[in-house]
Ligand binder design. Structure first.
Ligand code: GLY
Ligand code: MN
Ligand code: MN
Length: 412
């Protein structure tokens, strides 16, 4: 849990960056229509939530700095029995005054007038959103604990996916089991649309149809992570439908796993993400040459982007309130931001070989593999926050062959 004092501290840090005689305004997320008059479940905007911990829509945060003294205002919807009957309880102004440590709480109805008045006197700070995003790069202890909690729940779901009976099942049935375990263990939502991609579907990077029947000989790429109290986890494991990897699958899997482990080991303060990216590209390209997937000299292949046909994406991204955390990769001088203690990023190399790729030995065609973990940068090195989620071939095969201990899990 994040305490009110921590939200206040964030506002104080933000206020210090605010120029004198200026204001900054943050609006809550807009509700999104799913179809006609039904909405998607509401989720607060991450920057807004970071500064307030306030979850309701139609709300505003205003910072105002005058004579170098900053004040923070939270505008909340007023209590309304009729609306609350349909759409749920609101905190309301009086309760918000007790709970939230803003300088002043007002009702949202007054926001428009208030803004107009302020705008005529003060400058609007254009860097406000970027400054909050920058603050979000370094996670506090409380934030790291929430990320760990999200990962612990996701761990149960991935392990369950390994020993789930996949015979005659479709991808979405396994997805249902994974997301059932998210909710069962206290996560309100997934952090992004789950990818459950078997066989050649794994070669579509953003595959979320999840509607194919499992084939015994296929691998399943599962990229699924829950959100816990607004914090994401982002985990990929690639597992065999049958519980046993074939020889060709083993070869490619171990190549990706070996690269992933080597890149994770490089993580420490002051290293650049682009250094990790380049190293991953070198290692994967050399591996692909060994396997006969690419032919030529590795430097030349990389220079000509030949490896991108099989490894087209980045090595990882910041993670936090958003799965792809809205934090910058470059500083104000356009220089790459180096890793620092308290940052959290994913490491997720992969190899994707289309079933129709005639340039690749036949045994590898139709195999897509990604392995993704969530890493915290520490004072001297790193901590793999998802190291409990098994990923060696041996461990995956062992879990896959175990019957679920909890009979509640054995369902149709
Ligand atoms: N799950 C999205 C990603 O891995 O970036
Ligand atoms: Mn990711
Ligand atoms: Mn992912």
């Amino acid at each position: 849990m994040i305490k009110e004092e921590e939200y206040k501290k964030r506002r104080d840090i933000f206020s210090k960056k605010l120029k004198d005689n200026s204001i900054a305004i943050f609006s809550s997320a807009k509700p999104k229509i799913r179809s006609n008059d039904t909405e998607y479940p509401y989720r607060q905007d991450s920057n807004f939530y970071y500064l307030s911990g306030f979850k309701e829509d139609n709300s505003y945060i205003v910072f105002m700095k005058k004579d170098n003294i900053a004040q923070s205002f939270l505008f909340v919807q007023k209590k309304d029995a009729k609306d609350e009957l349909w759409n749920g309880k609101r905190v309301g102004k009086e309760e918000a005054k007790k709970r939230f440590l803003f300088d002043k709480i007002l009702v949202s109805k007054k926001f428009k007038k208030f803004k107009k008045k302020l705008k005529s006197v003060y400058e609007v700070d254009k860097d406000a959103s970027a400054n909050v995003s920058l603050m979000r790069l370094i996670k506090s202890k409380a934030e790291i604990n929430l990320i760990k909690k999200a990962i612990n729940i996701t761990e149960k779901a991935h392990h369950r996916a390994m020993n789930f009976d996949k015979i005659s099942k479709k991808e979405y049935q396994l997805q249902a089991e994974i997301e059932y375990l998210f909710k069962k263990n206290g996560s309100y939502s997934d952090a992004y649309s789950s990818i459950v991609a078997s066989g050649d579907s794994a070669n579509t990077l953003h595959y979320i149809e999840n509607n194919k029947l499992f084939k015994d000989e296929d691998l399943i790429l599962i990229d699924a992570g829950c959100e816990y109290q607004y914090y994401a986890s982002d985990i990929t494991r690639t597992i065999p439908v049958s519980g046993k990897f074939s020889q060709a699958q083993k070869e490619l899997y171990d190549l990706v796993l070996d690269v992933q482990k080597k890149i994770i080991k490089m993580i420490k303060p002051n290293i650049k993400r682009s250094t990790l990216q380049k190293k991953a590209e070198v290692l994967l390209t050399k591996g692909m040459i060994e396997k006969g997937i690419l032919r030529g000299e590795y430097k030349k292949l990389i220079k000509n982007h030949k490896h991108k046909r099989y490894y087209p994406h980045g090595i990882g991204h910041w993670m936090g309130l958003d799965v792809h955390d809205k934090a910058p990769y470059k500083d104000k001088n356009n220089k790459e931001i180096k890793l620092q203690k308290g940052m959290v990023l994913t490491i997720e190399p992969g190899l994707y070989i289309s079933k129709d790729d005639k340039d690749v030995p036949e045994k590898f065609r139709g195999i897509g593999i990604r392995i993704e973990d969530d890493i915290l940068v520490t004072k001297k090195s790193y901590k793999n926050l998802s190291s409990n989620i098994v990923k060696s071939i041996e461990d995956i095969e062992v879990i896959s062959s175990q019957l679920p201990k909890n009979l509640e899990f054995i369902r149709g």
